[in-house]
Design a protein around this ligand. Structure first.
Ligand code: NAD
Length: 487
């Protein structure tokens, strides 16, 4: 039932920022799980590289601690952790200086895949790329992985692309968006392009609208300063929700290969209409009453005059033959009622109800759940069982991965596991290309410039709610409703 585990080639993976939060919480646990799954060849090596002074044993202890704290999430044989730790070593490196670079270069093996994960702030990307080149580590078989945020507008994204391009070809640059590594997101492509059932209906003639929701219950946490300079539009819409939108809306690529898929995604972004101000609702969460642990957004970011949004809902239109007339509603926010990420494809009513008005209105909805409980659900209309005439009800055809795969479900790799292994394999399909990122900013920038120029203030919303009232109105005025965000 579970995917076959095909060992990847021998590799050297250098994690710049190997002592940082992302490395501890995501990258190292993901690597450990792939090691447990038997995917790493014996010669594979992981090299932590960061500013802290540490030796190899110190780093191994650091990683053991991180794995204890952030869980392995997989059953592993006794002793596997020791085996994993043997793959680890550490070099103290200064991204902006000379310290550590010769040592790092001397460590690299010849003739194996070299991957450099830039798990540091974007202001260091250029320094790292330049030094990798200068110290002779950037050979044709090396690749770099860069984290979000990839710029904060078109100009900065372009500058970043330009800097990286001085030292690496586009085919060596892996811009990570972990949403693309989720099992369900890839399943979305399998469902669309591996079945005859859906694709003929996947257009404005049969689809009433599409909703994409990414709701979080947490506030901005310890990232207040960063978040207040970004907001939900930059932090979530421009990248994660845009990527989901592209996969839902794109034309079938001729092949499942990186450029064919990314070409189609790019066409979607380019076909997006500008969004008028009345189709955008921005919000800021209020304090949870009587809970000093949950202050309002303004206190959280310690900026009483902030106009940054912690919630955004918008109505988008795609001007092409497939989608003209089908709106896409996107919303994402913090401190909402539940933690839900889903895409709902809401099909149109049947052209005529043979059951009369008393049968009510029923629609097929295909829901792709990213969390919780990754899976898909297709709502179909059936007769309510029993006597009493033809009453209709909607029931789900549910495909939860946990149920479908049983105990094997826990072995499905998480997003970071899959993406890091894709880097080693040299498969860029699930990574963003430079022109895609730029196109997304080119669409985003005027919207942000617009509300900044108008001085629009976000609408306050209650903590634990579904967002501001106006977000509900955005749908109501079109005669539609958001799907419920479940607690
Ligand atoms: P962090 O501040 O926890 O860690 C930064 C790391 O960079 C440390 O290991 C530090 O030693 C190293 N570093 C800093 N300056 C250096 C220098 N001059 N030379 C060498 N090493 C240096 O940051 P983080 O939260 O791990 O985030 C890293 C990157 O990942 C950032 O770009 C962030 O936006 C992105 N990101 C983080 C998360 C997350 O959950 N933490 C999620 C998505 C994206």
């Amino acid at each position: 039932m579970v995917s076959r585990v095909i060992p990847v080639d021998e590799f050297d993976l250098v994690i710049f920022g190997g002592t940082g939060d992302l490395a501890r919480r995501k990258i190292l646990p993901a690597l450990f799980r792939r090691f447990c799954a038997g995917q790493m060849e014996p010669g594979a090596r992981i090299i932590g590289a960061a500013r802290s002074e540490m030796d190899d044993d110190g780093y191994r202890n650091f990683v053991r601690e991180a794995l204890r704290e952030f869980g392995t999430g997989r059953s592993c044989e006794e002793g596997t952790l020791d085996g994993f730790c043997e793959t680890l070593s550490y070099v103290t490196v200064d991204a902006r200086g000379t310290q550590g670079w010769k040592e790092l270069a001397a460590k690299m093996k010849i003739g194996v895949v070299r991957a450099f994960y830039f798990s540091v702030g974007p202001s260091l990307f250029g320094d790292l790329a330049e030094r990798l080149h200068q110290y002779g580590m950037a050979d044709a078989d090396s690749r770099i992985v860069v984290e979000k945020p990839f710029g904060r507008d078109l100009a900065t994204a372009r500058a970043l692309n330009h800097t990286l391009a001085l030292h690496f070809d586009e085919g060596q640059i892996y811009r990570i968006d972990h949403y693309l590594g989720k099992e369900t997101v890839q399943n979305l492509m399998a469902v669309r392009f591996g079945n005859m059932l859906f694709e003929p209906l996947w257009n404005a003639q049969y689809v009433d609208h599409i909703q994409i929701t990414v709701a979080e219950t947490v506030g901005v946490g310890g990232r207040g300063e960063y978040y207040d300079r970004s907001g939900a539009m930059r932090d979530m819409i421009q990248n994660h929700l845009m990527q989901l939108l592209c996969l839902i809306a794109m034309e079938p690529p001729a092949k499942f290969d990186p450029d064919a898929v990314r070409d189609e995604k790019l066409k979607v972004i380019r076909a997006l209409d500008p969004v008028p101000p009345e189709d955008i609702v921005r919000g800021q969460y209020l304090a949870e009453p009587d809970d000093p642990e949950k202050p309002g957004y303004l206190e959280h970011v310690d900026n009483p005059r902030s106009k940054t949004e912690s919630f955004i809902a918008m109505r988008l239109a795609i001007s092409n033959w497939r989608w003209k007339g089908t709106p896409f509603y996107l919303r994402t926010g913090k401190r909402l009622r539940g933690r839900t990420s889903e895409i709902a494809v809401v099909f149109k009513d049947t052209p005529h109800s043979i059951f009369g008005p008393e049968a009510g209105r029923h629609r097929n909805i295909l829901t792709i759940r990213l969390q919780p409980n990754e899976g898909m659900e297709l709502g179909v209309t059936i007769k309510e069982p029993g006597p009493g005439g033809m009453r209709l009800i909607d029931v789900p055809l549910d495909m939860s991965f946990a149920e479908a795969l049983g105990p094997d479900a826990e072995e499905v790799p998480d997003a970071y596991e899959r993406l890091i292994m894709d880097v080693v394999r040299g498969n860029q399909t699930l990574f963003m290309r430079g022109d895609e990122v730029e196109a997304a900013w080119a669409w985003t920038d005027p919207l942000i410039d617009g509300w900044e120029a108008r001085g629009d203030a976000p609408e306050p919303y209650e903590s634990g709610s579904s967002g501001p009232e106006d977000a509900l109105m955005l749908m109501h005025r079109d005669g539609r409703r958001w799907r419920e965000i479940r607690a």
